[in-house]
Design a binder for this molecule. Structure first.
Ligand code: NAP
Length: 350
């Protein structure tokens, strides 16, 4: 095997969220790079079938430890981080409630970092964040959304518990970087897709009122194929000299929302959809938000102008920074990625 980063092969590496959609691929990529000194963190209730399959497929997978616990427990974090020098932190809260998202994203991260600094041999902490932390409210339509873009300053108004959790998680990381010298890198993937995830991104549209409302139109989607994204995450833990840096992760040759929906309908199933142009979507979200305020929350502000902008305003994206600093490039082309994504639906039909 052609080992990548041979001088680092002995490092003990922790992956949280290791049984998840992206986490499993991160473990697979680390094994492919020759790393087998891995500890995979899962919860007692986690479905571990995909992770176990990945470990079975690779001979060195048998050396990998699986450790069970909950990141909300400081004791479990202490056990998980003992002697660890690189952490890939993918676990996150997808709860609908703000409290739940805060706990499983921010609080869990604080426990993990505390354990890492106390019981580990800290070299690098890779925090996987998300595009959900950005606000494009003041960015022009089609304007470039890159790492310098503003962060959301009112996630409650956006009614986005997940985004709130990710913002708080990033705050925790930056604070530990500043006050305790944590060596960290933050990665913000766009919309990650691939086999294992069947849903259409909400950026394409929503299927709420008995038909599919297609909001995205000609907007570019910030897509990244799961294998490409996982490789970016792995490199962020290995490439020297990146402390405190933040990187967006998007692939090349991004499809528009309309192109993605067309390919999906052709391959998976046809369904009726209505395209809603952005000014109309914005107007509807504005009215919904106002009515929600007027009715004092009788109607939850699920649609509002901040969410409308974040999901459907349409921006352009770049991977220039991550390419230059990490030497990463999407190994799987968009065409191959789409074929692989769609193939999971064929398997179901058989
Ligand atoms: N998927 C995307 O499009 C996307 C885009 C941008 C960023 N991201 C980020 O990428 C990361 C991975 O996402 P994913 O799509 O792979 O999600 P996923 O499949 O839902 O995986 C999330 C993982 O977090 C674990 N977890 C949650 N709370 C935990 C806790 N308290 N203790 C221990 N583990 C806990 C879950 O364990 P269980 O299996 O037990 O629930 C699961 O393994 C997340 O940080 C997410 O914010 C994802």
């Amino acid at each position: 095997m052609n080992l990548k980063y041979p001088s680092m092969q002995a490092e003990l590496i922790l992956v949280t969220g290791s049984n998840g959609f992206i986490g499993t691929k991160v473990v697979e990529t680390l094994l492919a790079y020759g790393f087998s000194n891995l500890r995979c963190f899962v919860r007692p209730s986690s479905q571990t079938g995909r992770l176990e399959e990945v470990l079975r497929k690779t001979p060195s997978g048998k050396n990998v430890q699986i450790i069970t616990g909950d990141l909300l427990s400081q004791d479990d974090c202490a056990r998980a981080t003992k002697d660890i020098s690189i952490v890939y932190h993918l676990a996150a809260g997808f709860d609908k409630s703000f409290a739940g998202a805060f706990m499983n994203s921010a609080l869990a991260t604080r426990n993990l970092v505390e354990g890492f600094l106390k019981y580990g041999i800290p070299k690098r902490f890779v925090n996987v964040s998300s595009f959900a932390v950005y606000s494009n409210l003041h960015l022009k339509r089609r304007g470039l959304l890159d790492e310098s873009c503003s962060l959301e300053d009112a996630p409650q108004e956006r009614y986005d518990a997940y985004g709130f959790g990710k913002l708080k998680q990033e705050e925790v990381i930056r604070e530990y970087g500043k006050n305790r010298g944590l060596s960290y890198v933050i990665l913000r993937p766009g919309a990650v897709f691939g086999p294992g995830k069947r849903d259409l991104s909400g950026r394409v549209g929503i299927d709420t009122f008995g038909f599919f409302m297609h909001f995205g139109g000609s907007n570019q989607l910030p897509l990244t194929f799961v294998d490409n994204c996982a490789e970016a995450i792995v490199l962020a833990g290995l490439v020297p000299g990146l402390d405190g840096e933040t990187f967006n992760v998007v692939d090349d040759d991004l499809l528009t929302s309309r192109e993605f929906l067309k390919a999906y309908k052709k391959k998976v199933k046809w369904f009726f959809s209505v395209w809603i142009p952005y000014p109309l979507a914005y107007g509807l979200c504005f009215l919904w938000e106002k009515y929600s305020q007027w009715s004092k929350g009788q109607l939850p502000p699920a649609f509002n102008v901040r969410r409308c902008a974040a999901d459907w305003k349409g921006n352009s994206y770049t991977n220039q920074k991550i390419r230059q600093s990490l030497g990463w490039k999407p190994r799987v082309s968009m065409e191959q990625a789409m074929t692989s994504f769609m193939s999971q639906f064929e398997l179901r039909v058989k």
